[in-house]
Ligand binder design. Structure first.
Ligand SMILES: Nc1ncnc2c1ncn2[C@@H]1O[C@H](COP(=O)(O)OP(=O)(O)OP(=O)(O)O)[C@@H](O)[C@H]1O
Length: 322
């Protein structure tokens, strides 16, 4: 994605980009070393918001199938570029929604608008019925929207465990004084946070890597660590930006299983992904963007047969594609 030409509205980005797919060795699925957690493992059960329930921080909880987030006629311009053009769609609690489209369609920009990186030029994003407004990134994280990045952003010089603890800390309620004097409430939060972080590392098959520096982890592990860190913020909505980039087919198949397991444990997932097999295999519904506009929305089967979508991907006129 190009460098921003518009100032961000969120807090400063403090993460250090980790090794890129080209710079780091890919994991070899099936090699045994970097196993994804088996969804059937009892120990891998996790609960969203296990430490802090959303209602504890004033966030209403919606039931399965109810509308969690709504993108309402959102337009975003970067100078002359209309990255999003009156885009509307919604995400229901408990579903896996795919956001697809050719390169430059506006998918990542959409994530950026939903997570407070950019303010829409017009339109609104509503979460649990309320506009996100000018909330900053950390405030949106606290409300329950977490994301991973197309280009992995981990704290490269921190261990896997420390990276996840950063996510857990987002919900800590004790302050500096409590920490300095190691008051009981702080110590309790700290030990709960540690347990939660280890639980998430186990869930992602990374428990054996807890003490390794993020930058030394193989590429596939870095991608899974990013998901663990996002889950550590106890989100209601998990946004994954091309989580399978750089994965081989076996790793993609495992990722698909993992995404399903994440949903089965109560999370709602929004997935940007170029790999059509993965998107078609794991999502309940798909929204398609092209040149910043929504061109289709429907079930994977409907999207697969949609002439406008086929045309967008093949780069031909819609009539020629039908
Ligand atoms: N910060 C920015 N400044 C200027 N233009 C931008 C910026 N971010 C995105 N764009 C432009 O907005 C459009 C949408 O970009 P975006 O990265 O959202 O597409 P995408 O669908 O995520 O693409 P890809 O699949 O290649 O990641 C593109 O034309 C892009 O060049």
């Amino acid at each position: 994605m190009p460098e921003p030409t518009q100032p961000t509205t969120g807090d400063d980005e403090t993460t250090t980009p980790a090794a890129s797919p080209a710079a780091a060795p890919a994991t070899t699925a099936g090699a045994g070393e970097h196993r994804l957690a088996d969804p059937a493992d009892e120990v891998t059960e996790i609960n969203p918001g296990v430490d802090i329930a959303p209602e504890d921080i004033g966030v209403p909880v919606v039931s399965e199938g109810e509308r969690l987030l709504e993108v309402d006629e959102v337009t975003l311009r970067f100078g002359g570029v209309v990255a999003l053009n009156e885009v509307s769609f919604h995400i229901n609690k408990g579903e896996i929604l795919g956001l697809i489209g050719p390169n430059g369609a506006g998918k990542t920009t959409c994530f950026n608008v939903m997570t407070g990186v950019y303010q829409p030029t017009s339109g609104a994003v509503r979460y649990l019925g309320k506009p996100l407004g000018k909330r900053k990134k950390f405030q949106i994280t606290k409300l329950g929207i977490a994301r991973t990045f197309q280009n992995i952003r981990l704290f490269a010089n921190m261990t896997a465990l420390e990276n996840v603890l950063v996510g857990v800390d987002a919900h800590h309620t004790t302050g500096v004084v409590s920490a300095m004097f190691r008051l009981p409430k702080h110590r309790k939060e700290e030990s709960q946070g540690y347990a939660r972080a280890m639980e998430l590392l186990t869930f992602m098959g990374l428990d054996g890597k807890a003490d390794e520096l993020a930058r030394n982890l193989p590429y596939g592990d870095q991608r899974r660590l990013e998901i663990a860190r996002a889950l550590a913020t106890s989100p209601q909505l998990l946004c994954l930006d091309e989580p399978a980039a750089g994965f081989n087919p076996a790793e993609k198949a495992k990722l698909m299983e993992l995404i399903r397991t994440i949903r089965d444990q109560g999370y709602t997932v929004l997935l940007i992904e170029h790999d059509m097999k993965l998107v078609m295999g794991v999502t309940d519904r798909i929204v398609v963007l092209e040149f910043g506009r929504k061109i289709a929305e429907g079930s994977p089967a409907e999207i697969r047969d949609n002439p406008a979508v086929i045309a967008a991907y093949l780069g031909v006129d819609e009539e020629d594609a039908s």
